[in-house]
Design a protein around this ligand. Structure first.
Ligand code: 26W
Length: 820
């Protein structure tokens, strides 16, 4: 048992004077500069250390409290954590924002400039990674003992540049200047093994056992990033693993006198945590990716079990004390690894181990797109993780046995639910492993969960009714409203008190102000100021002059065919053609803002970016158009850009083909910041509509059922195109090179994909989308009515706090209490 240490002492005060003292001492003692030669970045580091000290003082007591109370731990396992910047957020969580800001300003420094020097932690692709970060914030804010496990990539999400309209990627060396938020833990280091072979033998008791041997080893070293909850009572952490070579590895070569070989080998084993895979669409059997997945799973399981064993000797307590949440299938190897450790290393009986494993694990699915579902070739699996493959085969054998028993003679069912796909090359289906190895499986919005049950997991739904459940996503109001939109936050607090920050349903109190003239004016002024700020940045950085009087129409998210940025472009081109045809007509001025990264290998997505920029070039420079229409592609869309754009958005574009977007979370962020949504009946849009009311949104288009129907019947885009002159015209303009005079056939393939096949049914939804856009224009002409609806959006978004999401996971899946 743990020794009883001295009581925790808080050494640091939070008044301006003490903070100024901390800043000055950190500048000198930690950064090694004095105010005379310090750069803004040096001051950022000093500020970060100043805040970090105060985080640490609250962190250790949290860990001790969990230990003393033997709290059940929740482990959020994710290949991605898209955290963004930390400084302002940590200041807000600790309640020291004003003091730190004042202290910095009293030293004659520019607070915003200093904040701007922080390189964001972009250890994620998009929605899935950002959700992980929001859930960590909420777990800490609700006093849940929730910890993240992930990978400390040397290179996170690439930086996107736009050159001649094309996306160009460059590596983001985010650790170059050091990361003030991480604590290296050289003492927390575990071996992770790969390859080798499995030997089966009988032990002294005559039990058959497996030994995995002749493996190669890499070490996983921990780095801890504290996660302060709002109010500062609880500070959890995220533990990220970095690959280090083993010492033996080096010695083997050193002894043979081959120094250079030794160093090369060392480098190779350290590539495991080198880079984040920047594709969130295809899961092509990349061996390194597979190894990354096992690397962080193996290290985390060792760490989790070591912590458990410090307090418990009875394995039966595992599911009572440990909940492991799998963020998509990327960590699904947890199931096999936990089995391996319990059976091979701790000699638990198979059935006993299986019972503990299933009761500890739960799995969240984030996509139905077939190309994003992970499967790994059996051959490769066997080469890299031979013992795990055996374990998976046995899990599969016993699972199929049970299915056979319950459904005799249904061999087709067996083929469908098997953990191993047998059509073509044999592959392990990670989603099936995750489902079978978990006690709960969830989707991330009601419609998505429904589709999981009726499509990809329908057999499992019949086999274990009730196992699949919904947990609609949410976003943290701390980052996405309080920090990103101080103007709106102030207004909300004045109207409903401070409690909304942790009890977002209190926004309901704004409803009664939806018709209040004075509140209208102030609400509209906040939006205008936010637009002004964004317009200024766009002017400065991109040299595009946008009018604050225009409607800010925003689509920010990864570039994907299914998200249909192209549909947005078709609307822009239609609008442009209308203005050209009738230049004197009175139109509602629009600024269409689009941002997002394309996976580097996703040629079509990159072509879409080029198209957006080509269209922007023509439209923005057409004197006939002027302020009536502007198109802006915001380069390098990331968390920091999102924090700038969300508060300035008036129209939120959420226009995926119904049934394809699992949830979406940008939709929530924009609506919470007072944008109206133009969107399809997809993902969380459906539930946003339930909350804010159909009158306060612009929903359009085919439903998921209608989409499925059309696909079955065989959809012919030609019919829709021939029936709509404006659509035909827009496609002709794009396809014939109107926007690409330097290369007139640039978009031929793109237009052909729409005219033959049109997988995502853009042409089917086009007329409905254009009609919805006309309703948008009409409403914008009535500013009071627009503002009223915007206020109602904010007022009714309480459900979409990630606090609500975490509370539901805690109650239905993890079995832990929340403090709210
Ligand atoms: C193996 C490659 C890969 C990597 C990541 C495939 C798929 C992914 C993710 C599942 C993609 C993703 O980010 N999905 C998004 O998850 C969000 C959080 O639940 C949802 O809001 C989005 O709708 C969903 O697209």
């Amino acid at each position: 048992m743990r020794r009883v240490g001295p009581p925790v002492v808080r050494l640091l005060d939070d008044d301006v004077e003490s903070i100024r003292y901390s800043l000055a001492s950190h500048l000198l003692y930690s950064v090694g500069k004095d105010p005379v030669n310090a750069t803004a970045r040096d001051w950022f580091m000093a500020a970060a250390y100043t805040v970090r000290d105060r985080v640490s003082e609250r962190w250790m007591p949290t860990l001790n409290r969990y230990y003393d109370q033997d709290q059940k731990r929740v482990y959020y396992m994710s290949m991605e954590f898209l955290i963004g910047r930390t400084l302002s957020n940590a200041m807000i969580s600790l309640g020291i924002y004003d003091q730190v800001k004042t202290a910095i300003e009293e030293m004659n420094l520019d607070f915003d400039e200093i904040v701007g020097w922080e390189v964001e932690a972009a250890l994620g692709n998009g929605g899935l990674g950002r959700l992980a970060a929001c859930l960590l914030d909420s777990m800490a804010s609700l006093d849940v003992a929730g910890f993240g496990y992930g990978i400390r990539y040397d290179y996170g999400m690439f930086t996107q540049h736009v050159e001649h309209g094309w996306q160009v990627e460059s590596p983001e060396n985010w650790l170059r200047y050091g990361n003030p938020w991480e604590f290296p833990r050289p003492g927390v280091i575990y071996p992770v093994r790969f390859g080798g072979r499995v030997v089966h033998y009988k032990d002294v008791l005559g039990q058959t056992r497996a030994q995995w041997m002749d493996t190669e080893e890499v070490m996983a070293m921990a780095y801890d990033v504290p996660v302060p909850g709002y109010g500062g009572k609880t500070v959890n952490h995220l533990r990220l693993w970095s690959a280090k070579s083993t010492r033996e590895f080096d010695l083997k070569y050193f002894n043979a006198g081959n120094y250079i070989e030794a160093v090369r080998d060392k480098n190779e084993s350290e590539t495991l945590s080198k880079v984040l895979y920047p594709s969130d669409i295809t899961s092509r059997g990349k061996e390194l990716r597979f190894k990354q997945e096992y690397f962080f799973v193996a290290a985390s399981i060792q760490d989790i079990l070591a912590r458990f064993r410090k307090a418990h000797s009875d394995w039966n307590k595992l599911p009572e004390r440990v909940a492991v949440q799998l963020n998509d299938t990327h960590p699904a190897l947890v199931v096999a690894e936990l089995m391996r450790v319990l059976v091979d290393e701790h000699h638990l009986e198979w059935n006993h181990a299986w019972d503990l494993t299933r009761r500890s694990c739960a799995y969240t699915n984030h996509t139905l797109l077939p190309e994003a579902l992970e499967t790994w070739p059996v051959d490769m699996f066997e080469r890299i993780l031979p013992r795990h493959l055996e374990i998976i085969f046995r899990i599969n054998h016993e699972f199929l046995q049970e299915v056979r028993h319950r459904h005799p003679g249904d061999s087709d069912l067996l083929r469908r639910v098997s953990l191993v796909g047998e059509d073509g090359e044999r592959r392990v289906r990670m989603a099936h492993l995750a489902v079978v190895g978990s006690h709960k499986v969830n989707g991330v919005a009601a419609i998505h969960t429904g589709l999981m049950k009726s499509t990809i997991f329908s057999d499992f739904e019949h086999l274990s009714p009730g196992k699949i459940n919904n947990k609609t996503n949410g976003v943290t109001p701390r980052r996405w409203v309080l920090a990103a939109n101080p103007g709106l936050s102030k207004l909300i607090t004045e109207a409903v008190g401070e409690g909304w920050v942790t009890h977002l349903d209190r926004l309901k109190g704004l409803e009664k102000l939806a018709d209040d003239k004075d509140f209208h004016a102030r609400f509209a002024a906040v939006k205008r100021a936010n637009k002004q700020h964004l317009a200024q940045v766009i002017g400065q950085r991109l040299g595009v002059d946008v009018s604050v009087d225009s409607l800010f129409d925003v689509q920010i998210k990864r570039i994907h065919e299914y998200k249909r940025q192209l549909l947005n472009v078709l609307h822009v081109v239609t609008r442009y053609a209308r203005i050209r045809a009738n230049p004197t007509v009175d139109v509602v001025p629009r600024t269409v803002i689009i941002g997002g990264k394309a996976a580097p290998g996703y040629i079509l997505a990159k072509l879409i970016i080029k198209l957006i920029n080509d269209v922007a070039d023509v439209v923005n420079n057409d004197p006939l158009v002027g302020d009536k229409l502007k198109v802006v592609f915001v380069p390098n869309y990331n968390v920091s850009t999102a924090e700038l754009v969300m508060p300035a958005a008036e129209l939120s574009e959420q226009i995926s083909t119904a049934g394809t977007e699992a949830s979406g979370t940008g939709n929530m962020k924009m609506s919470m910041n007072g944008a109206l949504t133009i969107g399809t009946w997809d993902g969380a849009n459906v539930e946003i509509c339930e909350e804010v009311g159909e009158d306060n949104m612009f929903l359009f288009g085919l439903t998921a059922q209608e989409v499925a129907r059309r696909r079955i019947d065989g959809y012919d885009p030609q019919i829709a195109i021939n029936a709509n002159d404006e659509l035909k015209r827009a496609l002709d303009m794009i396809g014939s090179g109107y926007f690409s005079p330097d290369q007139t056939d640039r978009y031929r393939s793109l237009v052909e994909a729409l005219t033959n096949g049109d997988t995502y049914l853009l042409t089917a939804d086009y007329p409905l989308y254009i009609a919805a856009q006309e309703r948008v224009d009409a409403l914008y002409r009535d500013p009071d009515e627009w503002t009223r609806k915007a206020i109602l959006n904010v007022a009714r978004m309480g459900k979409f706090s990630s606090d609500r999401t975490v509370a539901e996971y805690a109650r239905d899946i993890w079995g832990v209490a929340t403090n709210n």
